[in-house]
Design a protein around this ligand. Structure first.
Ligand SMILES: C[S@@+](CC[C@H](N)C(=O)[O-])C[C@H]1O[C@@H](n2cnc3c(N)ncnc32)[C@H](O)[C@@H]1O
Length: 269
């Protein structure tokens, strides 16, 4: 990972999320929201739990926690995402904030939750250290990421098509490996390194019901950051070949794609 410049990658992600914030709800959210109940369970969220939803996007985790009677705050580094969240859930406290620099006092939350945020961070270890700091003793941290492309079939199809016809060496700012925390051992390792105990990793089944065989390409192209950049950097004729290949692979796989999440959790001592 020595070729990763964290600040360049962070800016690349930030610009990407600013641009796609309004499209996220109509795309990946159909899948990422399926992990929310499991994440709340891992965080032991009940009435009056003080929770921080980190990289909150449109605010689904905070909203689901609030519906259980928890006191929820959501933060996201994209002002456009924060606007999305405020518009969707006006009663909840959403703020602009960086997962890598949590601007909260020590011991201010019972649970810190991050749904599909870790894989977008330039400095994920720093985010876990911050989560540990803002948790009260015995408080809980839980995060989800995508499972590997052999299990999360939508990624398998898209990356397989790019590998077959495209150029993977196009110049996009290098970041930490997208599937790094899909490896349960790696997720456990970073949680333990941040000081967490009672660390556990489970797989959460999720299904992406695609309204049409074109949807997978369209959501990756219009509603993601790194994979969209990879697609956009392809030559036009190559891109059309990739799009057609993705369509064929989706038709073969069927319109319900398995897209499991890996959910990792731990507790502050
Ligand atoms: C895949 S979306 C997940 C949104 C939401 N948590 C969900 O459940 O669907 C990733 C989110 O992480 C945010 N994000 C990425 N890097 C961040 C950072 N360093 N600090 C705060 N938010 C960040 C993005 O703006 C985006 O809203």
């Amino acid at each position: 990972m020595s070729n990763v410049d964290p600040e360049t990658f962070r800016q690349f992600e930030h610009q990407g999320w600013q641009e796609i914030a309004s499209r996220y709800h109509g795309g990946f959210a159909a899948v990422t929201t399926q992990s929310v109940p499991a994440l709340l369970e891992a965080g032991r969220v009940t009435e009056a739990t003080r929770i921080l939803d980190v990289a909150c996007g449109p605010g689904y985790v905070a909203a689901a926690a609030a519906a259980r009677g928890a006191v929820a705050i959501g933060i996201d580094f994209s002002s456009e995402m924060v606007e999305e969240a405020r518009g969707r859930y006006p009663g909840i406290d959403f703020r602009e904030g960086d997962a890598e620099e949590l601007a909260f006092p020590d011991s201010s939350f019972d649970a810190v939750l991050m749904n599909f945020g870790m894989l977008h961070l330039a400095r994920p270890e720093q985010a876990l250290q911050g989560a540990y700091r803002v948790l009260r003793p015995a408080g809980r941290m839980a995060f989800t990421v995508w499972d590997t492309p052999d299990h999360a079939v939508g990624f398998g199809i898209v990356l397989g098509a790019i590998q077959k016809y495209g150029d993977l060496s196009v110049p996009i700012p290098p970041g930490p490996p997208f599937f790094r925390f899909s490896d349960p051992e790696e997720s456990k390792r970073v949680l333990i390194a941040a000081g967490f105990v009672n660390v556990a990793v489970i797989r959460v089944p999720q299904v992406w019901r695609l309204p049409s065989p074109e949807t997978l390409f369209e959501v990756m192209y219009n509603g993601s950051v790194r994979n969209a950049a990879l697609l956009r950097a392809q030559k036009p004729d190559v891109l059309e070949t990739i799009r057609a290949e993705i369509r064929v692979r989706v038709e073969k796989a069927g319109n319900e794609l398995s897209m499991p999440a890996v959910l990792a959790s731990g507790q502050k001592l």
